[in-house]
Write a protein that binds this ligand. Structure first.
Ligand SMILES: NC(=O)c1ccc[n+]([C@@H]2O[C@H](COP(=O)([O-])OP(=O)(O)OC[C@H]3O[C@@H](n4cnc5c(N)ncnc54)[C@H](O)[C@@H]3O)[C@@H](O)[C@H]2O)c1
Length: 264
C-alpha cells in the first residue's frame, strides 16, 4: 500500500535487525514510510545494514540500539525517532525471545527474563508510542507481536505462550483506552516462520525429544493448511495492512497470519 502525497509517515520497528522485524521494516519502507529500526546493541552491524537497505529504497531511516525491556532506553529510543525523523505515526513492537523448556525446569529468573522482553517490553513500547502520539494529536497505529502461541498454549513453550496471551490482553485494553485519541492497537499472530527463532526452537525440541536437525520444524509444519513454512514477508504483508488507513476500523484484535494452523 503506497502512501499518498505529503509528508511521509514515520514508523519504528523493534527487533528489526533480522527475521520478521527486518521483513516488516523493509515492507513499510517499500510502502513509502520513513522507518526507524531498533535492536540490541549486540546486533548493531545487522541493524545498520537494515537501515542502509531502507535508505536504498529512498526512505529515511535511523538505527537505534536499545533494550526494549528497559524503560529509560525505550523512552530515549522514541525521543530519538522524533528528534531525527520528526514524529512517530506507527509503532511495531516486534522484539521478542523464545525459550524451549519443560515448565518443571523453567527457573523464576528465566520466566522473568522472557516476560521482561515479550510482555513488559511490548507494554513499554506501546506506552511510549501512545504518549508521543497523544502529544502529536493526529492519532496513530500501534501494532504488537503476538503468536499462534497467544491463542493456544504449546508444550515446551509454556512461559512463551503465557507472554503472548498477555500481549492479547494488553492489546485489547490499550485499544479501548486510546481509541479517543484516534489510535488503533492490534497484534499479529504468526505461525511457524523461517527465522533464527525457529532454528532455536527446532534445535531445542530436537535435543529434548531426540530428533535430528529440521525434524521438529518438519513435524510442526505438517500442521500448516497452506502446506509451506511462513516467511517474514508473509507477516510483513499483514502488518503493512495494520499500519495503513485500510485498517482504520479494526482495533483491539490479535489476528492469525499463520497459513491456517489455528482456527478461531
Ligand atoms: N519465528 C516465528 O515462528 C514466530 C512465530 C510467532 C511469533 N513470533 C514473534 O515475532 C517476533 C519476531 O520473531 P523472529 O522470529 O523474527 O525472531 P528473531 O529471533 O529472528 O528476531 C528477534 C529480534 O529481536 C531482537 N531482540 C531480542 N530481545 C530484544 C530486546 N530486549 N530489545 C530489542 N530487541 C531485542 C533480537 O536481537 C532479534 O534481532 C517475536 O516477538 C516472536 O515472538 C515469531
Amino acid at each position: 500500500m503506497s502512501e499518498s502525497n505529503g509528508t511521509a509517515r514515520v514508523a519504528l520497528v523493534t527487533g528489526a535487525a533480522r527475521g520478521i522485524g527486518r521483513g516488516i521494516a523493509l515492507r513499510l519502507a517499500a510502502d513509502g514510510l520513513d522507518v526507524a529500526v531498533n535492536d540490541l546493541e549486540s546486533m548493531q552491524g545487522e541493524l545498520d545494514s537494515v537501515a542502509e537497505d531502507i535508505r536504498d529504497k529512498g526512505r529515511r531511516s535511523v538505527a537505534i540500539a536499545a533494550d526494549v525491556s528497559k524503560p529509560e532506553e525505550v523512552e530515549e529510543m522514541v525521543g530519538r525517532v522524533v528528534g531525527e525523523l520528526g514524529k512517530l505515526d506507527v509503532m511495531v513492537a516486534n522484539a521478542g525471545i523464545a525459550q524451549i523448556k519443560p515448565l518443571l525446569d523453567v527457573t523464576p529468573e528465566e520466566f522473568d527474563r522472557l516476560m521482561a522482553v515479550n510482555l513488559r517490553g511490548l507494554f513499554l513500547c506501546y506506552q511510549a508510542a501512545a504518549r508521543q502520539m497523544i502529544r502529536q494529536g493526529s492519532g496513530g497505529k500501534i501494532i504488537g507481536a503476538a503468536s499462534i502461541a497467544g491463542h493456544k498454549g504449546f508444550s515446551l513453550l509454556g512461559h512463551y505462550s503465557a507472554s503472548k496471551f498477555g500481549v492479547r490482553g494488553l492489546t485489547q485494553a490499550a485499544a479501548q483506552e486510546w481509541a479517543e485519541h484516534g489510535i488503533t492497537v492490534n497484534a499479529y499472530c504468526p505461525g511457524i516462520v523461517d527465522t533464527a527463532m525457529w532454528e532455536l526452537i527446532d534445535a531445542r525440541i530436537g535435543e529434548i525429544q531426540g530428533l535430528q536437525k529440521g525434524e521438529a520444524m518438519k513435524q510442526f509444519s505438517e500442521l500448516i493448511t497452506l502446506g509451506r513454512v511462513e516467511q517474514p514477508e508473509d507477516v510483513a504483508a499483514f502488518v503493512s495492512y495494520l499500519a495503513s488507513k485500510d485498517s482504520d476500523y479494526m482495533t483491539g484484535q490479535s489476528v492469525m497470519i499463520d497459513g491456517g494452523i489455528i482456527f478461531s
